[in-house]
Design a protein around this ligand. Structure first.
Ligand SMILES: Cc1cc2nc3c(=O)[nH]c(=O)nc-3n(C[C@H](O)[C@H](O)[C@H](O)COP(=O)(O)O)c2cc1C
Length: 249
């Protein structure tokens, strides 16, 4: 981030901290401010939606999943099935019950992380970038025209051949965490992204998919691919997870 960006971020953080302190002072301690309890889920009311198939239970034990997980860097050109991807998303991220809890934890239940899926080669899913709605298990199309050049540019630091068939991206909406925790909220948002994507990694592995964590990407290009508009969306991409199938040995 350049100096101007840092100054904007610092000014925003100061405002949020001040507002959080004011909200805390204005409320008795046993009544959390509304901004703390709001259920943070982004929706795209006007986007084209795809209802995903119900998640299928994975046949592997937790021990087997953990012992088989490893980073894959030799993805094949073979398409992965939408059902497998949908099962992993549902198992790892889908909300539960009225309280909208999720399979992974979130500091203060701020749910600061949003998940997107860039589909390159998924049978039953047109190429494009999608936002995953964890309350309704559906994908909303956010960018239908992703060029191979922009993907190559985005992940140019990666040292493997073909990109994975799909890339899930976690974005952090820091303002959700800052509203409750001030500056400390930043680390909680990153931690939540790790928790959510470990769940997604293990659920994908359990469904027979191959994965690799992707911390190396171009922030600006990836934000563009995800259709994020920084004048409207207060999100930053923080982590990628390549999901696909390796070439068979
Ligand atoms: C936060 C994080 C970011 C990572 N980023 C990348 C990456 O950009 N590219 C990559 O090939 N592997 C990446 N990895 C994978 C590590 O290189 C890998 O986990 C490590 O070498 C151990 O190998 P294993 O996963 O096969 O056990 C990342 C792992 C983590 C936890």
């Amino acid at each position: 981030m350049d100096d101007e960006g840092l100054n904007v971020a610092r000014a925003l953080e100061e405002t949020i901290q001040r507002e959080a302190a004011e909200a805390e002072a204005a409320n008795p301690p046993d009544v959390p401010p509304d901004s703390w309890v709001r259920k943070n889920i982004k929706t795209y009311p006007h986007a084209e939606k795809l209802q995903l198939p119900r998640p299928a239970p994975a046949p592997m034990s937790v021990g087997d999943v953990l012992s088989s997980r490893r980073s894959c860097r030799n993805f094949s050109g073979e398409a992965v099935q939408l059902t497998a991807l949908a099962s992993a998303l549902g198992a790892a991220l889908l909300t539960r019950g009225d309280a909208l809890s999720r399979p992974y934890p979130s500091a203060g239940a701020r749910w600061a992380v949003e998940t997107y899926v860039i589909a390159r080669n998924v049978e039953g899913l047109a190429e494009g970038a999608y936002h995953y709605d964890p309350a309704n298990h559906l994908l909303a199309l956010v960018n239908a025209s992703i060029s191979a050049e922009s993907l190559a540019q985005c992940f140019r630091v990666q040292e493997f051949g073909p990109l994975p068939q799909a890339v899930a991206v976690a974005t952090a909406t820091f303002t959700r965490s800052w509203a409750r925790y001030g500056a400390r909220g930043s680390r909680f948002a990153y931690q939540e992204a790790g928790a959510a994507f470990m769940a997604l990694d293990l659920a994908s592995t359990a469904g027979g998919l191959d994965t690799v964590w992707l911390g190396g990407f171009d922030d600006v290009v990836l934000s563009h691919i995800l259709g994020l508009d920084w004048s409207r969306d207060t999100e930053t991409p923080v982590l990628g997870l390549g999901i696909g199938r390796a070439v068979s040995e």
